[in-house]
Design a protein. Structure first.
Length: 107
């Protein structure tokens, strides 16, 4: 595990921190929060530079948009919130693999 403190790696770590804040808002039940959408807006700019898997990003963005702008039953909302949180977690793991590892976890 090697860490090179370049500005790009520090920016990626800040994106991971934003993802953790988005996860915290989802698990508190604040589904009208824009933090997951902000995370994906910033993370999409990192997809081309970091070489992340874009399918994780597209699926997570779809779940975040469904959660933010649709009105669903309570149980289905919790299920979609779980899937959205899982996608944010996978995106954060992919970013951390780019920063600390060799970047081949989800490629």
């Amino acid at each position: 595990m090697y860490f090179d403190a370049t500005p790009a790696n520090i920016t990626l770590l800040l994106v991971v921190v934003l993802g953790i804040c988005a996860l915290a808002s989802l698990y508190r039940g604040k589904f009208t929060s824009n933090l997951p959408l902000l995370f994906y807006a910033i993370a999409f700019t990192m997809v081309s530079t970091a070489g992340m898997n874009s399918y994780i990003m597209y699926v997570g963005l779809a779940f975040a948009l469904i959660l933010r702008f649709e009105f669903m039953s309570k149980g289905f909302t919790k299920f979609v919130a779980f899937l959205s949180g899982a996608a944010i977690g996978l995106a954060a793991l992919s970013i951390l693999d780019q920063v600390f590892g060799n970047g081949t976890m989800f490629s």
